[in-house]
Ligand binder design. Structure first.
Ligand code: PA5
Ligand code: MN
Length: 169
């Protein structure tokens, strides 16, 4: 990952308020991502590799914080390199979508769609992303409104997408 100049890490304690229960116990790594540093200017594209660990918080699968792009005109393309899971998506006007990650699958995130990765497998989920370098990240909206669904492990160990009745679930 030496070509990727920026490295960010998110532990369980960094995700307080994101899961239906608070993450307690060992402050394990949940995910990290590596970004190429290119000028944050129109016309530039950056690359990002995310490694999302397997695990749950009280049965809710490990996930990224999720965000809208601050620049609402900016889209993104994901390519799953390893693992399995979901990409949850939603718009500010209430549209929702979910796409499934599997190795070799690419997913398009249109402008205006928030996105969150969820690892439902036993191995790290590794995804490569490309997006305009001037996209910016709006995390505050997601921290406030949450996503339209939670991804929970059921009694038989299978992932279930559970829509939230309202955003306080
Ligand atoms: O560009 C993206 O959308 C991703 O590379 C994410 O930044 C990465 O997966 C980490 O998620 P988040 O930025 O929501 O913490
Ligand atoms: Mn993004």
């Amino acid at each position: 990952m030496s070509a990727f100049e920026r490295h960010s890490v998110r532990h369980r304690s960094d995700l307080t308020g994101y899961f239906h229960a608070e993450p307690e116990g060992d402050d394990q790594l949940v995910y990290e991502y590596f970004e190429r540093e290119v000028p944050a200017e129109e016309g530039q594209i950056t690359q990002n590799i995310t490694i999302l660990q397997p695990g749950t918080v009280d049965g809710e699968y490990y996930m990224t914080k999720g965000h809208y792009h601050a620049n609402g005109r900016c889209s993104e393309v994901y390519l799953c390199l390893a693992g399995r899971g979901f990409l949850l998506m939603q718009t500010r006007s209430g549209e929702t979508d979910v796409q499934e990650y599997a190795r070799g699958v690419s997913i398009y995130v249109p402008p205006g769609w928030a996105h969150r990765s969820v690892n439902t497998g036993d191995e790290p989920l590794v995804v490569l992303a490309f997006y305009p370098a001037d996209s910016g990240h709006d995390y505050a909206s997601i921290a406030e409104e949450g996503f339209w669904a939670r991804v929970i492990r059921d009694e038989s160990g299978q992932p279930v997408i559970v829509p939230r009745r309202d955003r306080s679930d």
